[in-house]
Design a protein around this ligand. Structure first.
Ligand code: FE2
Length: 345
């Protein structure tokens, strides 16, 4: 296995390759470094097979979508990832052959709902779930400290003690650790119960990252910032979230709400299907198409996407355009599926 850490900064990108077959993956590539990555791959004579984000990042723009376009590499993320341009969604236990190597994905939600860790050859890439002597924050973008504790204690700490830990970030100049070291020495986890961990995380005095929505929303939607004016955090926080059962109930009564699906057409007609009667208006065209909607400003509208993230953006946009009764399907089509509600394809 050939392994390189590429950015030399706070955000870490790793190159993992099989030397026998000259195939590589990039883990958590950052958009400002695309030329460096391509030069590195060419220099090492490696073909880029896949690009992987360990989760939807809030602190840097991902290079995955652009690298996928430029090289044809498969864009791979967890099933819960909100972005439309993911070629392969993985779940806990799935694997990816990389020449003579096998990457195994562990679902490690907590920092975000779409967090994965990647195990290969005695090494685990832990994203922002487990860091060296620390853990990723769990206070925004769907974070859940209890889930994070379960991911770390139940899944990551079940790996052999000698497993090398490589996180997506480090702010203190550490470069590597092991599962055994973190189990013994990580101050947030060693000797802590789940409740103690949740209390500790809730008490961390962390300011929200600057420009967080300007990074998150393009990463979540795979849209450029100039394609759309993204809503502010305050506007997003005001979006009313309804569970699948509530939408199903609304659809059973007259008059039904207008259901707007803001995914891409390939997703609308893809294997997740769509809510019966839903109208397709991809997020990138929503602002231009909304004035032509044959809905009154006071009509009930429910917006839908894959995981409920892009549609929250859509709901905030529609609200800002003057539509008064807009709700978001919480958890999107993934939650609609989990609730076994009717589908159209
Ligand atoms: Fe993160």
């Amino acid at each position: 296995m050939l392994l390189r850490e590429l950015n030399r900064g706070k955000c870490k990108t790793y190159l993992v390759a099989c030397e026998r077959d000259r195939v590589a993956v990039l883990i958590d590539p950052v958009r400002g470094y695309i030329e460096r990555y391509l030069a590195m791959l060419a220099y090492l004579q490696l073909k880029l097979q896949a690009v992987i984000d360990t989760h939807t990042h809030a602190d840097h723009r991902t290079a995955c979508f652009e690298l996928g376009d430029l090289t044809g590499a498969t864009v791979l993320m967890h099933r819960n990832a909100p972005a439309p341009r993911v070629d392969r969604h993985v779940s806990d236990g799935d694997t990816l052959p990389l020449g003579a190597l096998t990457l195994r994905f562990i679902a490690t939600p907590g920092h975000t709902p779409d967090g994965i860790s990647i195990v290969v050859n005695g090494t685990v890439f832990t994203g922002d779930t487990l860091m060296i002597r620390g853990t990723g924050r769990a206070d925004f973008a769907g974070g859940d400290a209890a889930a994070q504790y379960d991911s770390i204690i139940g899944k990551l700490f079940a790996l052999p003690d000698s497993t090398v830990v490589l996180p997506a970030h480090d702010y203190r100049g550490n470069t590597a650790s092991t599962i055994g070291e973190e189990r013994r020495l990580n101050p947030r986890l060693a000797g802590k119960t789940r409740d103690e961990y949740v209390a500790l995380m809730a008490a961390l005095p962390l300011p929200l990252p600057e420009r967080i929505q300007e990074v998150l929303q393009p990463n979540q939607s795979a849209l450029e910032d100039d394609a759309l004016s993204f809503p502010s955090l305050a506007q997003l926080n005001e979006v009313r979230q309804i569970p699948p059962a509530a939408l199903s109930e609304m659809l059973a009564h007259q008059p039904p709400p207008l259901v707007i699906d803001v995914r891409e057409e390939s997703e609308f007609r893809g294997n997740l299907g769509h809510v019966p009667g839903a109208r397709l208006i991809p997020l990138r065209t929503l602002a231009s198409q909304a004035p032509g909607l044959d809905a009154g400003k006071e009509d009930r509208i429910v917006v839908v996407c894959r995981s409920g993230v892009r549609s929250s953006t859509a709901a905030a946009i529609l609200t800002s355009l003057g539509f008064e009764d807009v709700s978001n399907l919480k958890g999107g089509m993934l939650a609609w599926h989990d609730a076994s509600l009717p589908l159209e394809y």
